[in-house]
Design a protein around this ligand. Structure first.
Ligand SMILES: C[S@@+](CC[C@H](N)C(=O)[O-])C[C@H]1O[C@@H](n2cnc3c(N)ncnc32)[C@H](O)[C@@H]1O
Length: 428
């Protein structure tokens, strides 16, 4: 396929996402199934166009002064490739599968709306209703921070120290252009996709099959480190899901002590069994039955709440979720978070820790939750978050935003990771 055919396919998929209000990954998969002639390079390029269009939605809509799938796909391509309408029309000329070229009237609109003159909310690439929330979270930096959430993400891996070393994995993946992460001590990174390429399928590598590494955003690796899960501890991962944090803590604990990996939704735990086996984790027990936890009340060294949240910190990877999110969902997540914190706290022993994690950047899900919890639970107090950060990321801790009381915030703009929030609260 040439550029024109790929662009037409991206527009078709964006229409499908719009019309049926469905996740981008699903729409792309279905398109692939019904267009089997498309090769893997075409699929990758079409995927990039669709995701770029979702990431750059407001800029593209500003340029074209309309939000149609056509405007979004053309707009994103112009922004990513640095094309002007004339150059893009030139690249699409004589391509029978290309959508209609940019008309004179469209070119005039684009010329009248340069991105440099776009309002803050457009440059921030966020839904309008989120603007005050992001301004509250990031103050004067909010536009730059939000814009960083609209960039293409890198591919991050965590080396599983139960089976390998960073050097060993880096050597095994040398062909992929992998390099050491800046903050996460066991992290490896492959930079963001360039042009119409794609990330290598690292999960097909023998090193992955042997359990030497996991795919995990660097921010997720960092918050797992900040839990300070250590050898011999008794730990509860209260929202374990597919086990990303449990696996990282298991390695940090050197397969000693015990982690109860609980999730209220049994099916969310399903992938954990295979992952634990591959990674050689022997100190993690998946628990789907709340009753099983009763014996641990007031006894655990560390309780981790990796709470269900809006996922606003992961918008680089899931830009479609950004446009599906609404205020009602945010309110729902806030209520769930408060309730989960209340339930999980009872398992912490005196002198033990409650670690609260979200992959959101909204203060409403982060600082507000921590403050409300501390107010309602005077037997908990925040650890010294600055010292905690310094202990693990010596000299680089300043990259994160740290609030003494409410915790540590990571973001693409500051730490080049997904957006995460971490707070450690000690029971007196
Ligand atoms: C952010 S995800 C967890 C991700 C996981 N810890 C990881 O690192 O891969 C949040 C999880 O919380 C679970 N959850 C939602 N409500 C819950 C509740 N009331 N109690 C425990 N878990 C809950 C969800 O099923 C979901 O798997």
């Amino acid at each position: 396929m040439r550029l024109g055919g790929r662009l037409a396919a991206a527009i078709e998929i964006l229409e499908d996402i719009d019309r049926r209000y469905r996740p981008a990954a699903e729409a792309l998969r279905d398109w692939g199934l019904s267009h089997r002639f498309a090769g893997s390079k075409d699929r990758a390029a079409i995927g990039n166009l669709v995701y770029d269009a979702l990431r750059r939605k407001r800029s593209a809509a500003w340029m074209f002064q309309e939000e149609s799938p056509r405007a979004l796909a053309f707009g994103a391509l112009m922004i990513e490739a640095g094309h002007d309408p004339e150059a893009l029309n030139g690249a699409l000329a004589e391509d029978n599968f290309a959508p209609a070229l940019i008309s004179g009237e469209e070119a005039d609109r684009i010329a009248a709306h340069p991105l440099g003159e776009a309002p803050d909310g457009v440059r921030a690439e966020c839904p309008e209703w989120c603007e005050p929330l992001l301004r509250r979270a990031w103050g004067d930096d909010w536009v730059a921070e939000a814009a960083a959430l609209a960039e293409r993400p890198p591919l991050d891996m965590r080396v599983n120290t139960l089976k390998a070393t960073r050097e060993k994995v880096a050597k095994a993946l040398a062909r992929t252009g992998v390099y050491e992460s800046e903050l996460a001590l066991q992290g490896l990174r492959i930079g963001p996709i360039e042009g119409q390429g794609r990330h290598p399928n690292v999960q097909a590598e023998p090193a992955f099959q042997k359990g030497w590494f996991e795919v995990q955003d660097e921010g997720s690796q960092i918050v797992a480190t900040l839990t300070e899960a250590a050898a011999g501890m008794q730990v509860l991962d209260y929202c374990a899901g597919a086990g990303g944090k449990s696996l990282a803590m298991s390695a940090a604990m050197g397969n000693t002590g015990q982690i109860q990996a609980f999730d209220a939704e049994k099916q969310r735990l399903a992938p954990i069994f295979e992952r634990l086996k591959r990674a050689g984790c022997r100190n993690v027990q998946a628990v789907a039955d709340q009753e099983v936890l009763a014996a641990h009340e007031g006894r655990l060294d560390l309780v981790v709440v990796d709470a269900p949240c809006t996922g606003a910190g992961t918008w680089r990877r899931r830009p479609d979720a950004k446009w599906r999110l609404g205020e009602k969902q945010l309110e729902q997540r806030q209520a769930e978070q408060a309730e989960i914190l209340r339930r999980a706290a009872r398992f912490v022993r005196s002198g033990g820790r409650l670690a609260y994690i979200t992959c959101s950047v909204f203060a409403e899900e982060n600082d507000d939750q921590v403050r409300a919890f501390l107010e309602a639970n005077p037997d908990f107090r925040p650890v010294d978050h600055e010292a905690l950060c310094e202990r693990h990321f010596s000299g680089k801790a300043a990259k994160a935003r740290i609030d003494r009381t409410t915790g540590i915030a990571l973001s693409p703009g500051r730490t080049a990771t997904d957006g995460f929030h971490f707070a450690a609260l000690e029971r007196v």
